[in-house]
Write a protein that binds this ligand. Structure first.
Ligand code: GDP
Length: 411
């Protein structure tokens, strides 16, 4: 199969979010993913889970296109940021795969069902993400369902995940009448129409008092955890939007709290603010500490710098009609088409034939990939999932983070 050759500049790593979506099966991971891809223009038709047309449930598409990379990662652009969505299997049976995908993520959206709240699989994946130090934001989905209740779901996040929920929205309407949210940072209302478009407007009078109460609660909770917010709270008995944003970003990255948003993916409500939160609170590859690796016992660090020696982790390998696709997270340096790289663990040299970036439904050839990128490579013959690829002149094997810890699983 022939592919068109597109030349695309590689985005600087500051603009990248390597993102996973973690959820109990049925909470809405596929629907949220679909809506993100639709909204970011990565796909032009909305798929529906129930009629089997979603891009991420793509067996038939994969066969048609002879490419299975979707199972690993898909890339889209939002507001000048490249968002790489990395698939994280929801089922505990794929625990090794979950572990591997968690290694290559810089942040995640945890999706919960607004009726069921925290469920066993979401709990186990949450703990795995804790062990890998993956910063998260929470999306309470299905607010349109009968029996949906944000407060109950938030209580289960607090009680079962032992974290501090930082609720930044107040739902407008409930169950079938769920139509929007109050953004508690801007104190503005966001209202969605049936076609998924939304309008921002003034707070409805009926919600003003409740919104003020919740904003106050958010300020108090944040001030308890964050010194700059506390200082402002003590001096002015309130915390500004700007300070709140900076504090929420810090608390997300340290894992001291989790920003909670809500919506209905099915009805296309709440996805834009979710993407805004991804960009605002979750880290870019440059914000995370350098990876560590070893060779013959000597520990080395590699920064997320395109000029540093190349090092990448293979996190998935797929055989397709296009060839053997090796999915990589580049941690440091730059890889170019035609480069020879070293599979450090196997002590074997491999040649990079093509480098592909995947936008839903299509893959695009690129000449280079840099630190922070997630790409697939064709041409590697033997490198397995979990292998480190590096510059032959600067060999190392990337360390699995917290490898000594047992894998948490749910009976
Ligand atoms: P996954 O297993 O986590 O990937 O969940 P899916 O995205 O496949 O969703 C599971 C089911 O819930 C499907 O039938 C979806 O149509 C439905 N669903 C997803 N999001 C929503 C939502 O916001 N509201 C309602 N009512 N149903 C939803």
């Amino acid at each position: 199969m022939r592919t068109e050759l597109h030349r695309q500049p590689t985005s600087p790593p500051t603009d990248v979010r390597n993102l996973g979506i973690l959820a109990h099966v049925d909470a809405g991971k596929t629907t949220v993913t679909e809506r993100i891809l639709y909204l970011t223009g990565a796909v032009h038709k909305q798929g529906e889970v129930h009629d089997g047309t979603t891009v991420t449930d793509f067996d038939s598409q994969e066969r048609d296109r002879g490419i299975t990379i979707f199972a690993a990662a898909v890339s889209c652009l939002w507001d000048g940021h490249r968002i790489n969505l990395i698939d994280t299997p929801g089922h505990v049976d794929f625990s090794d795969e979950v572990e591997r995908s968690l290694r290559v993520l810089d942040g995640a959206i945890a999706v919960f069902d607004a009726v069921a709240g925290v469920e066993p699989q979401s709990e186990s994946v949450w703990r795995q993400a804790d062990r890998h130090g993956v910063p998260r934001i929470a999306f309470v989905n299905k607010l349109d369902r009968a029996g949906a209740d944000l407060d109950t779901a938030v209580a289960s996040i607090r009680d079962r995940l032992h974290t501090v929920p930082l609720v930044v929205q107040l739902p407008i309407g409930s169950e079938d009448g769920f139509g929007g949210v109050v953004d508690l940072l801007r104190m503005r209302a966001l209202l969605w129409a049936d076609d998924g478009t939304f309008e921002e407007g003034r707070l409805p009078d009926a919600l003003r008092e409740e919104a003020l109460r919740r904003r106050r609660l958010l300020e108090e909770t944040v001030a308890e955890l964050h010194p700059a917010a506390l200082e402002e709270f003590c001096a002015e008995s309130s915390v500004s939007e700007q300070t709140l944003r900076a504090a929420l970003r810090d608390l997300t990255r340290t894992g001291e709290g989790v920003v909670v948003l809500c919506g209905s993916a099915y009805r296309n409500r709440g996805i834009e603010p979710l993407l805004e939160a991804v960009v605002a609170y979750l880290p870019s590859p440059l914000d995370v500490p350098p990876v560590r690796g070893t060779l013959d016992g000597a520990v080395q660090e590699r920064p997320a710098d395109p000029a540093a020696p190349f090092a990448a982790l293979v996190f998935k390998v797929n055989s397709t009609a296009t060839g053997r696709l090796t999915c990589l997270r580049v941690y440091s340096g730059t890889i170019r088409k035609g480069d020879t790289v070293l599979d450090a663990g196997a002590r074997r040299h491999e040649r990079v034939g093509r480098i592909l970036r995947v936008q839903a439904g299509r893959h695009t050839d690129v000449d280079t990939a840099v630190a922070g990128d997630i790409v697939a490579v064709i041409g590697l013959k033997a490198a397995r999932a979990g292998a480190t690829l590096c510059a032959p002149a600067a060999p190392l094997v990337l360390e699995p983070p917290n490898a000594a810890d047992p894998v948490v699983s749910v009976a």
